[in-house]
Design a protein around this ligand. Structure first.
Ligand code: GLY
Length: 400
């Protein structure tokens, strides 16, 4: 690729950010025929940005442009520790981001995995789609591609996320993500190795973590979240599926992945067919949650295929969740340590949010954001009644 060509691509990539505005203008001049009600569905952390996406759709805008405007919100938000800037890092303290997108009208896709130092990886995934003959770039070379076409280099590890990482390192210095996972026959349920959170050790652990957090300079208002991230390493993520007034569809998913992951780990979010899948003739779906489990059932693609064969969005999602349970032979002890939420939008505007468990935070059920003219949060329909649990667990008799 020559320098002049890169410069051309940079201009094209950045100018396409203005597409939404152009579409709004064309509507006000009466050129857009509203054929049907636009719909956006996203993870709950898209709630504050879904109006922005709906605005683009109301102007007759492109569905991917609208979806990207939603997921860019958490990417830009340093206080969202699951996506983009401020995302929780890998075990070495490096923030590695994954993303993909699909554009229904052109049935094209783009994806990036393991990107560092670039905040808006959803836009980078689109740039791969629009400016290369490939679908997916990964690691240092995906980052290099982004910098070459004009994305800004940024330090994504904020002071808050760095301190949470230090807290994790100090609290878990004898534990990490190496070793058997819940799908391995050698794995043992943590109840056999560790006292339950309600045990008498629990308050002492919390107190010590509080002290450690204070020593590390974690702001008092962030300490609870930091400690929670130690017990429940979040998978975070945001997905958004979109239907515009012309019946065009798109989907995009972006994440900093599983907190404290082994460097190089790539989850489901950038995998076309797992973290996101859009078929212009059927619908669009995406996922947040346990990436490894979702990859094994090709979740988003399975949902779209289920809808192609006649299932409604909720049935299509529930069937896919049951496949995850089936992979574990319905072993509820293991499934308790897994969670998954799917966001599903059919071509006619019918939608569903489904999850494996009611939630992962007792008393706080999973929700999704929806906008079809009015913006709201709705609870997911859960396959299993109850709350998932943290993994890896705090081991028996630790100092915490
Ligand atoms: N679902 C996000 C991840 O596992 O990375």
């Amino acid at each position: 690729m020559s320098v002049s060509r890169r410069q051309f691509i940079t201009t094209a990539a950045l100018s396409s950010l203005a597409l939404g505005l152009e579409a709004q203008e064309s509507k006000s001049s009466g050129q857009v025929k509203m054929a049907r009600k636009p719909v956006l569905i996203s993870a709950a952390n898209g709630y504050n940005y879904i109006d922005r996406g709906y605005g683009i759709l109301s102007g007759g805008g492109d569905p991917l442009e609208a979806g990207l405007s939603v997921v860019r919100g958490p990417e830009d938000d340093a206080n969202d520790h699951s996506v983009g800037l401020g995302g929780l890092p890998n075990e070495e303290g490096v923030v590695e981001l994954d993303s993909c997108c699909m554009h229904g009208p052109s049935q094209r896709a783009g994806a990036v995995g393991g990107v560092h130092d670039i905040k808006n990886v959803s836009l980078l995934a689109r740039a791969v789609m629009e400016h290369t003959g490939h679908v997916m770039l990964v690691g240092d070379n995906a980052t290099k591609f982004g910098l070459e076409i004009g994305f800004a280099r940024e330090n994504l590890l904020t002071d808050a996320s760095r301190k949470m990482w230090l807290l994790w390192k100090e609290a878990n210095s004898d534990r990490d993500w190496w070793g058997p996972g819940p799908d391995d026959p050698r794995w043992h349920a943590p109840q056999e190795e560790a006292p339950a959170p309600q045990s008498e050790l629990w308050p002492r652990r919390l107190q010590k973590l509080e002290q450690l957090a204070s020593r590390l300079g974690i702001a008092p208002e962030l300490r609870q979240e930091a400690i929670r991230n130690i017990f429940y390493p979040p998978t975070g993520t945001i997905h958004c599926s979109v239907l515009n007034a012309k019946g065009e569809m798109a989907g995009t998913t972006t994440t900093s992945g599983l907190a404290w992951k082994v460097p190089g780990r790539v989850g489901d979010s950038p995998i076309i067919g797992a973290g996101c899948y859009t078929d212009q003739e059927v619908g669009s779906a995406g996922a947040t949650g346990s990436g490894e489990e979702n990859i094994k059932v090709c979740g988003a693609k399975t949902i779209v295929e289920n809808m192609r064969h006649g299932m409604n969005p909720r049935e299509a999602g529930m069937d896919t969740l049951r496949r995850i349970a089936h992979n574990y032979r319905n072993d509820m002890t293991r499934l308790r340590y897994i969670d998954m939420t799917y966001y599903i939008l059919r071509k006619d505007g019918a939608y569903a949010g489904v999850s494996l468990w009611t939630g992962y935070n007792p008393g706080k059920p999973h929700q999704f954001a929806i906008h079809d003219g009015s913006r709201r949060l709705e609870p997911t329909v859960a396959l299993f009644d109850g709350y998932s649990r943290e993994w890896p667990p705090m081991p028996k008799g630790t100092a915490y």
